[in-house]
Write a protein that binds this ligand. Structure first.
Ligand code: FMN
Length: 186
């Protein structure tokens, strides 16, 4: 493995090891343990609902706890309403070093609202969301996507170009399609 420095926007990472965002797992304690034992160059919060941030939900505020944690820390948000995503970006900019938009979550409760990986089927909205988040923060914006919705609609390259043109500083691709969830071969 080659360990090099990595720069995302104006944020310099000590190394190119990134702790993947995992809902229900990458909370403050987990991130601190990972930092102590393997020193990743970047860690992510659990995904935060932009709607919950918009409505000032207290449980979501707890997911934003970074007390005593070494930076940089990326905050991951999900959602598809432009106003709500813009406001969420503004709110977390105070704490986050990088804002990551989740466009890869396969969970039914997320995709039924048009969020997460469902956005892969809506390239125009992908563009508008990235532009809106970039407009509402001075932090680098990154986006996490999947290969596509299903094996017959692999469009990660098309979506990645749209995201890049909309002003994102980096893109992560989870090498599965939505129908593969978290298993099966990539
Ligand atoms: C329990 C679990 C929760 C996850 N939650 C998120 C999440 O909230 N946001 C996200 O972008 N990816 C999430 N992922 C995907 C991982 O970040 C990662 O991209 C994926 O597991 C691919 O790595 P693997 O092939 O080693 O599993 C989750 C994965 C797991 C297993």
């Amino acid at each position: 493995m080659y360990i090099n420095k990595l720069k995302i926007g104006d944020v310099e990472l000590e190394n190119n090891i990134l702790l993947a965002p995992m809902a229900g797992i990458t909370d403050l304690s987990f991130r601190m343990i990972c930092k102590k034992y393997s020193n990743p160059g970047l860690v992510y919060t659990e995904m935060l609902s932009s709607k919950a941030l918009f409505y000032n939900d207290q449980k979501t505020k707890k997911l934003m706890n970074i007390d005593g944690e070494k930076k940089p820390i990326a905050f991951q948000i999900f959602g598809s309403d432009l106003e709500v995503m813009g406001k969420a970006a503004k709110t977390i900019s105070e704490y986050a070093d990088i804002i990551d938009i989740n466009m890869g979550c396969p969970a039914p409760k997320v995709v039924k609202n048009g969020d997460g990986s469902k956005l892969l089927q809506n390239p125009n909205l992908v563009k508008d969301i990235v532009k809106e988040v970039v407009k509402n923060t001075n932090k680098p914006v990154t986006v996490k996507i999947r290969k596509g919705w299903d094996k017959d609609s692999i469009n990660a390259v098309e979506i990645a170009k749209i995201i890049e043109n909309a002003g994102a500083s980096a893109i992560t691709i989870h090498g599965r399609n939505r129908e593969e969830y978290y298993s099966r071969t990539c």
